[in-house]
Design a protein around this ligand. Sequence first.
Ligand code: PLP
Length: 435
Amino acid sequence: MIDSGDVVKLYRQHVNSGMARLAGLVGMATETRASGSLVYDENDRAYLDCGGYGVFIAGHCHPTIVSAVRAQLERHPLGTRSMLSRELASAASTLAAVAPGELRYVCFANSGAEASEIGVKIARLNGKSTLISMHGGFHGKTLGALSISGRPRYRIPFEPLLPGVEHVAFGSAELVDAAVARHGDACCVIVEPVQGEAGVIIPPHGYLRDVQAICRRHGAMLMLDEIQTGLGRLGTWWGADREGITPDVMLVGKGLSGGCVPVAAAVVTPRAFEALNRDPLLHTSTFAGSPLATSAARAAIEVIRDEDLVGRAESIGARLLGSIRTIIQESCPDLVVGVRGMGLLIGIEFAADHIAGDFILELIQLRIVVSTSLNAPRVVRFTPPAVLSEKEIDWLLGAIREAAVTIRSRHAPASRTGIERFRHSMLCVHNGRPA
Ligand SMILES: Cc1ncc(COP(=O)(O)O)c(C=O)c1O
């Protein structure tokens, strides 16, 4: 087995030298194993995983999911695609059974970005030549998904992207109305129920219902990206459930893997799926919907349902949000713009990117893993699993308090030491800003 110094060296030589540089600067550990809410480094030190970009709603290596995957791995991991798949059929019906309303046809994918691509292709198949998506939105980094994502920093280097994409401000039904009115039934609106990568931006209540009504009025299509918000993350099965809506296309990913095998999906109404029903070869993929991935998906959905992870996400999330607000208010209110969240998707927005970066590093010292927000580096995101124990909740809240107190003392403007100035400039470089 190679040691962690060699891992950095191999990253430098064969993976990505920029990533290796960053890992060296912050002393990034190497991840070796995981179980439940914990992930372990090369020295077998345990970290509480409250990050993972929202994948691990059921924790790591859930025994029911692992055993379904292991049995499938030994029996038949990938299919020939020349015959039907029992696992695919069963996972599709299990997912459709928990999806809102009329969403019935399931097209599996290998990643969230690929699910977004399928959504865009379905929009095109339905004559929707204009895609209306949101500033700050995130749908993945393949070219089609990037085209509808909303942060110029990631889009500009790859232009020209897809034509016919318009971005509007998230949270304003009036702006959606104006954009849809210009294109009528030739457009598709793409929106997240809560914007995760934009820094946990929660739209006003009623927004999704209004957007759905606007789409219906004009004959436009509605695509809801639930890749981050779905499967219990918000304390409901779907963000759509919070306002009782049913989109034409719903994108699912992250937790659908049960944290075991990459899998995502587009779940579609019969009407929107018609063209793919007519010609099933219009969208295909060698690996998507494999027996391995779909056995994981089915097991993951059953675990979420049978262990009431949705209810747990709601109650643990409400408790965490209240406690984090109190801690921030008591420890470093002048460094924080706001604390917001829904279920187990919680964000702390700091006054500046480098303070958020520093807070993340402090939490790592206290063995808490969290996520940055790809489209808003000022926001530190907590997406813990719904299997957190009481002891783990105490660990998390204690660490947040300690980290908040530390950064408060450090970011009183006159108190930066040389090493802190170095950390600050390094984080600026990482975030693409002048130091
Ligand atoms: C809302 C949303 N859509 C799409 C994606 C892309 O998923 P993936 O990284 O699996 O391609 C993400 C990933 O963070 C996401 O949060």
